[in-house]
Structure formats: structure tokens, C-alpha cells
Write a protein that binds this ligand. Structure first.
Ligand SMILES: NC(=O)C1=CN([C@@H]2O[C@H](COP(=O)(O)OP(=O)(O)OC[C@H]3O[C@@H](n4cnc5c(N)ncnc54)[C@H](O)[C@@H]3O)[C@@H](O)[C@H]2O)C=CC1
Length: 487
């Protein structure tokens, strides 16, 4: 018997067992079973797509104000259940309860609130074509869209996809990560309770086979994936067969560039937020920290001191600042990168080892690591680790920093710490990233578009921009005169 019991697919408003292979999820804090998952097979994916199509027709038939009210109610319910949902997320993903209410649940609620607000203003255009004609565009929903989530921000990812999809008039079939399936089900229930037609958001459970069934299904018009770059490439390929629209929120190896005129404590704060928040399991993390030579030692001293004071522990304890890695496999992968860093000659300044004593030994806990003396060719500097491992590099000039920061196939995010305003904006223009933070790191207000360039992604979530990725413009030409024909 697992502590959260059996999770079933949510299809067309009903909870249904799947005919895929059942599996059990693990609480990463204790290593113990958390929930039993009744996985979907392609047959249930098909049922979910059909249910979504019926719900979408009913949804789009409602006046925009009524649809907006439903999304507002979703936002209110998320806020009402803030701590209950936060607790689920802590058990499922091991994220510290210190972070989750704000970074996950409020972010989800803010997203529904934002898109409820913009829904009624999602107008088309009027195009003047002279005295005898004009054209207008209508913003059309795509129909049924599919979402595939990663495990690091389960309810936030589900919300960042579902809120704009619904606001644009679509229905959603969502597959959460097989490691963290609980909160997406809670979200789909909330959406139904808020008055959406049953099946407007469906949840199908399982791993890559279920994701692949979504990506190839001819009834799905668009796939939005949050995941790794290799998965992104596979999902795009699968989606190409039916020419689906895609949004890809993928991995990164983002730079944070600290100039010697920056406030050093703020720079250390930004680097720590950009490496250690959510155990370092964040796509936009600043895992390459370039520090200008003059402040390098001061930066490193303070970063090491503050990192050693991080409280790693039970994520349900309000004092805990860092929880466990998501799984035993993932912990092993992160630790193997620490070994690779040492073998390649980087200097491990602190951390990087599994916690093997006391109650934390049962879970997948490690101490946050900082490497100094890193070079651009090291694996720890080139590859996404997705754990609490900061690599510190030195640089001399602005041009050098830009060239080295951009020398990566990724392009998700970047940060610049400086008091020099013109330089900050020169850097913002030159850095190849979908998001640039100036004197800050990892802040993602829902009104600001978020997403990557290069191999980190395609499309944008959040902001008004997200609506463009969940709708199409239909052009309507209106002739006010006669019809001239040469024959
Ligand atoms: N850019 C962004 O907004 C974010 C990106 N990420 C990225 O996600 C990754 C970590 O998450 P993971 O869950 O380990 O990623 P993953 O790529 O292993 O899995 C992501 C999702 O795709 C599904 N999947 C895997 N193979 C598939 C296939 N062939 N066809 C269809 N679906 C498939 C999985 O079941 C899961 O639901 C990191 O690379 C991280 O950078 C994470 C959060 C935010």
C-alpha cells in the first residue's frame, strides 16, 4: 500500500484505470513507494483525445467572459488549496516546502489569473485594403493540444501549458512526468470543479510510450514539451508525421556573468539562486558562472562560505533549504559529473558528496558543490547536469565573456551582474538566450515570455506571446465591390 494510493487517468471527467503497465513512484526523501500509477496505453490516449475534442467544442461555444470566469475560479481554487498542493509537490518531487507555495503553486495560480485576464482581449486585426475591400483576422484555437511535462516543476509546468491553451480556446491532454504525476491530476480536477466542460483537461499517465502516443496522434494539433534536448528532438520528429505545431522548453547550460563593478554579495546571491534553488534541478540555471578576474577570489570565498551554510534536509521541514535529488538514478548521474569534474582538473571547493549518515541516507541527498578553476572544454562546463553543481570560470574582457558565454549549443537563459547600465544592455543584446536577467536570476513572472533559443527550445510560454503559440490567425478577405474576371 502506497501513501498516496492509486493514481488513475482523468479522461472526459472520469477517473479510469489504464491498460498500460502499472508502476510505482518513489518519495525521493525516503526512498519509499509513494503512489501506484495505473498507466495509460495508446487506447486511453485515443479516448482522451476524443473526450477533449468534445469538450473543446463545448468550451469554444461559451462566451469569452464565461470562459474567463472559469479560469479565474481555477486560480482562486489553486490559492485556496495552496498548502495542500504544496505538500503533494514536496512528497512527489522532493522540493523544499520553503519554496513550493510561492514558486510552484502561486506561479500556477498567477498563470491562470493572467490568462483569464487576457482571454477577452485576444482580438484579431482589421486590415484596410482601400475603398472596395478590407480584411480581418480571427484568432482561432488549434483544437486539441498535447502537453508533456518534466518532473522538476510538475504543477507549474502543467499550468504554464494548460492556462494559455484553454484561454486560446483549446482543450488539453496532458502527460505529467512518470516521476511526478500527482499534481497534474489535482489540477485537472480543479479545472473541472471550476466549471469547465468535463474533458477540457485530461491527464494520461505513464512514460515515454504515452508521450509518444500523444506526439503521433492525428487528433492532436500541437505538442508542448518540457524536457531534455534529446527528448525534444524525438518528440519533434514524432510530431512531424502529422505536422503538429510544437513548443519545446528544453535544457540549458546558461551563463551568469559577474563584472568586477557588481555588488559582490548580490552576485553571490544570484549565482546561488541560479545553481541551488530546487536542488539545482532547474532548466534555466546559471551553471557556468563567469567571474571577472579582479573579483574572482572574493566571489569564490563568499560563495563557498554561504553554500556550506545551506541546510540540506527533509523538504517538509520549513527550515530546509535543499531537498533530495529526484531519484537514485539522477543522484548517480549528478555525482558522476562531480567525479568527471575532479578528473578533468577542476578544483572542488565544497560539497559534491552523497549524504550517507542519519535519516537522510534513505533518500537521494547530496551536498551542493562548487568547482573553481574550470575551463570551457570540461564536461561539467559543457553539459547540463541538472543538479547542485556550480562551475566558476574567470574572464578578463566583456568581448571575451560574450564569446565564451555564447559558445554553447544551448540558449535558454543568461544573467549579467554589473552596475554599468550601458554595458548591461549591450550584454543583453549580445547574449544568445531566450531570457536575460540583469542584476537578478531565475525570476519568471507570468507576464514575461519565457523560453529558449538555439537547442534550448522553440516557442514561448507565458506572457501575451504564449497565446500565439496556442492559436492561429485566420484571414478573412471582404470584398465590397463587384467581382472582376478576365473571362
Ligand atoms: N526549458 C524549460 O522550461 C524546462 C526544461 N526542463 C528540462 O527537462 C529536463 C529534465 O526533465 P526530465 O523529465 O528528466 O526530461 P525528459 O526529457 O527525460 O522527460 C520529459 C518528459 O518527456 C517524456 N518523454 C521522454 N521520452 C519521450 C519520447 N520519446 N516521446 C514522448 N515523450 C517522451 C517523459 O516521460 C517526460 O514526461 C532537463 O533537460 C531540463 O533542462 C525542465 C524544466 C523546465
Amino acid at each position: 500500500m502506497t501513501s498516496l494510493g492509486r493514481l488513475r487517468n482523468h479522461i472526459g471527467g472520469a477517473h479510469r484505470d489504464g491498460t498500460g503497465a502499472a508502476f510505482v513512484t518513489i518519495n525521493p526523501t525516503t526512498g519509499e513507494p509513494l503512489a501506484e500509477v495505473s498507466a495509460a496505453s495508446p487506447a486511453e490516449v485515443d479516448d482522451a483525445v476524443k473526450a477533449a475534442a468534445v469538450a473543446q467544442a463545448a468550451w469554444i461555444a461559451r462566451p469569452p467572459a464565461e470562459r474567463a470566469r472559469v479560469l479565474h475560479r481555477v486560480s482562486e481554487r489553486l490559492r485556496d488549496k495552496r498548502m495542500e498542493l504544496a505538500r503533494i509537490e514536496v512528497l512527489d518531487a522532493g522540493k523544499p516546502i520553503q519554496e513550493v507555495p510561492e514558486a510552484d503553486i502561486d506561479s500556477a495560480a498567477d498563470c491562470f489569473e493572467f490568462f483569464a485576464g487576457v482571454l477577452q482581449g485576444a482580438y484579431g486585426e482589421h486590415i484596410d485594403l482601400g475603398p472596395d475591400a478590407f480584411a480581418y483576422t480571427r484568432r482561432q484555437p488549434l483544437g486539441v493540444v498535447g502537453g508533456i511535462g518534466a518532473w522538476n516543476y510538475p504543477i507549474q509546468i502543467a499550468s504554464w501549458k494548460t492556462a494559455p491553451a484553454l484561454a486560446a480556446g483549446n482543450a488539453m491532454v496532458f502527460k505529467p512526468s512518470e516521476l511526478t504525476p500527482v499534481s497534474a491530476l489535482a489540477l485537472s480536477e480543479i479545472i473541472e470543479e471550476a466549471g469547465a466542460p468535463p474533458g477540457l483537461m485530461n491527464v494520461v499517465l505513464g512514460g515515454r510510450e504515452v508521450g509518444s502516443a500523444l506526439a503521433t496522434h492525428p487528433g492532436i494539433a500541437k505538442i508542448s514539451l518540457t524536457g531534455s534536448v534529446p527528448t525534444g528532438a524525438k518528440v519533434m520528429e514524432a510530431a512531424a508525421g502529422t505536422l503538429k505545431h510544437v513548443t519545446m522548453e528544453l535544457g540549458g547550460k546558461s551563463p551568469l556573468i559577474v563584472f568586477d563593478d557588481a555588488d559582490i554579495d548580490d552576485a553571490v546571491s544570484a549565482a546561488m539562486l541560479g545553481n541551488f534553488y530546487t536542488q539545482g534541478e532547474i532548466c534555466s540555471n546559471a551553471t557556468r558562472v563567469f567571474v571577472q578576474r579582479g573579483v574572482h577570489n572574493a566571489f569564490l570565498d563568499r560563495a563557498v562560505r554561504r553554500t556550506e551554510a545551506i541546510r540540506v534536509g527533509d523538504p517538509l521541514d520549513a527550515q530546509t533549504q535543499m531537498g533530495p535529488m529526484i531519484s537514485g538514478d539522477h543522484l548517480a548521474k549528478v555525482l558522476s559529473y562531480v567525479e568527471a569534474g575532479k578528473a578533468e582538473g577542476a578544483r572542488l571547493m565544497t560539497g559534491g558528496e552523497r549524504i550517507v549518515e542519519g535519516p537522510l541516507a534513505r533518500g537521494y541527498f547530496m551536498r551542493p558543490a562548487i568547482f573553481a578553476d574550470c575551463t570551457d572544454d570540461m564536461r561539467i562546463v559543457g553539459e547540463e547536469i541538472f543538479g547542485p553543481v556550480m562551475s566558476v570560470l574567470t574572464f578578463d574582457s566583456e568581448d571575451e565573456a560574450v564569446a565564451r558565454a555564447n559558445a554553447t549549443p544551448y540558449g535558454l537563459a543568461a544573467g549579467v551582474m554589473t552596475r554599468d547600465l550601458p554595458r548591461a544592455h549591450r550584454m543583453a543584446a549580445a547574449l544568445q538566450a531566450g531570457v536575460v536577467w540583469l542584476n537578478a536570476y531565475n525570476l519568471t513572472p507570468v507576464a514575461m515570455p519565457f523560453g529558449g533559443t538555439k537547442m534550448s527550445g522553440i516557442g514561448r510560454e507565458n506572457g501575451l506571446a504564449a497565446l500565439d503559440f496556442y492559436s492561429e490567425r485566420k484571414s478573412v478577405y471582404v470584398n465590397l465591390g463587384g467581382v472582376e474576371a478576365p473571362y
